[in-house]
Design a protein around this ligand. Structure first.
Ligand SMILES: Cc1cc2nc3c(=O)[nH]c(=O)nc-3n(C[C@H](O)[C@H](O)[C@H](O)COP(=O)(O)OP(=O)(O)OC[C@H]3O[C@@H](n4cnc5c(N)ncnc54)[C@H](O)[C@@H]3O)c2cc1C
Length: 399
């Protein structure tokens, strides 16, 4: 059986940023990924074109200069030259099948009365709904902000912890404020997966993690096994719970309480002159079967425009989705040049989640088992990378 210093399960940004740390320190590192490609929620659909490859993000799309750990990883991989500015185009609201500006939807009197409460209201312990109703007013929250937050997390965010939605982080002023990468964000994952010292195998689903003497044994669905001195789980929480139920039932029980929300994402590519919409960053849906539309207008392309619709699960079948997409864009079905689809999932965290994290962390303390993912510090890319860097430091401290 092959034996590694570290085996990482899951090749999203959480797993790969952890593997990156290990490979840089000279540890023999193996990453095992269930899907046919690395990236997880980083999925950049590409079309070769003479005017420069066109890519469309079906998952994560935006990074900020406050993502310091992610930027360190990008720098470490020699990818800084590929940072690409996102143009300033507005987000708009879609209500009653009409595109409207965000300011036109707000009640300014209510906003004026409520906003000062921001100085005396703490986010900790409050849900998104409890916190933001106080600081923007109930009417503004229900009419605009709730939909905006739902569109950020592709789920109903009413009960999500307010302090895990947006975080204040220190910015890197030498880096573009809001950026993507040439070729799309998935290129970060592909670059890490190919770095020296790191082996990545895709198309392998892991079924179980068990102990074997001082080692971990990672068992695949088709019965293969890998031995590792340390193992890292970087899958969604319910998957991690399932993988650990034999080895660490207490951890598994805690993780199984973290729910996931599915998102049915569909990206469409159209010739630039076809859609009737003015350039925009995206649409916040208020009364549709989708939460949001994310546009590629932030990185204009000479020939194409692209739009990803993040649908609520189980609401519409594929044909109905494409019909609605054509309606929103003002194009015919035949004018859609390409369609790409992706099943995404985001954890539905709840107030008090930090207690689960504390409990899980104390249960794995001192063990060679690392846990990372977007259900620890928060769902933003930087939260994932920060957790992975911290987990690697914990491993190093043990040796
Ligand atoms: C639609 C969408 C848009 C987003 N936009 C942004 C954004 O613009 N900016 C931002 O900061 N954040 C954004 N996020 C959040 C952020 O992208 C995610 O939280 C983050 O990418 C999750 O990374 P991860 O590695 O933890 O999980 P994932 O990306 O889900 O990776 C987990 C990996 O584990 C693999 N896996 C699962 N089970 C197994 C198994 N049994 N064996 C082997 N492998 C397995 C999966 O196939 C997957 O590749 C967005 C998320 C979504 C879904």
């Amino acid at each position: 059986m092959e034996r590694y210093d570290l085996v990482v399960i899951g090749a999203g940004i959480s797993g790969l940023s952890l593997a990156y740390c290990a490979a840089r320190k000279g540890m023999s590192t193996l990453v095992l990924e269930k899907n046919g490609a690395v990236g997880g929620a980083f999925h950049s659909h590409r079309i070769p074109d003479d005017g420069g490859d066109f890519w469309l993000e079906l998952g994560a799309h935006t990074c900020y200069n406050s993502y310091r750990n992610l930027i360190a990883l990008i720098e470490g991989c020699g990818m800084t030259g590929r940072l690409t500015r996102r143009e300033k185009v507005p987000f708009r609201v879609l209500r009653n099948a009409t595109v409207q500006s965000i300011p036109s939807q707000l009640n300014y009197l209510e906003l004026l009365v409520s906003v000062p409460k921001i100085f005396v209201t703490k986010k900790a312990g409050l849900s998104v709904s409890d916190y933001y109703k106080r600081i923007v007013g109930k009417q503004n929250f229900e009419r605009v902000f709730a939909h905006a937050f739902n569109s950020v997390l592709s789920q109903n965010t009413t009960d999500f912890p307010a302090d895990m939605l947006f975080k204040k982080r220190q910015r890197r002023k030498d880096i573009l404020k809001s950026f993507t990468l040439e070729g799309g964000l998935q290129s970060i994952c592909a670059t890490v997966a190919g770095m020296p010292g790191l082996q990545t195998v895709t198309g392998v689903a892991i079924e179980q993690v068990q102990a074997s003497g001082n080692d971990f044994q990672i068992v695949t669905e088709d019965g293969n096994a890998y031995a590792a001195r340390a193992a890292a789980l970087a899958t969604p929480a319910p998957v991690a719970a399932d993988l650990l139920k034999g080895l660490l039932p207490d951890v598994a029980a805690r993780l199984s309480g973290i729910e996931l929300r599915a998102v049915e994402s569909i990206g469409v590519v159209v010739e630039k002159e076809k859609p009737s919409l003015d350039p925009l960053a995206g649409l916040i849906a208020t009364d549709e079967a989708f939460f949001s539309v994310v546009s590629r207008d932030t990185v204009p392309h000479p020939r194409y425009r692209g739009f990803t619709f993040h649908f609520q699960p189980g609401r519409l079948d594929r044909e109905a989705k494409l019909a609605r997409i054509a309606g929103v864009l003002g194009v015919t079905h035949g004018e859609i040049a390409q369609v790409a689809e992706k099943e995404n999932a985001i954890p539905a965290l709840r107030v008090g989640h930090e207690e689960t994290v504390r409990a899980v962390d104390s249960m794995i303390a001192g063990k060679g088992l690392l846990l990372t993912g977007n259900y620890f510090a928060g769902v933003a890319i930087e939260d994932c990378v920060s957790r992975s860097f911290a987990e690697f430091q914990r491993l190093e401290a043990q040796h």
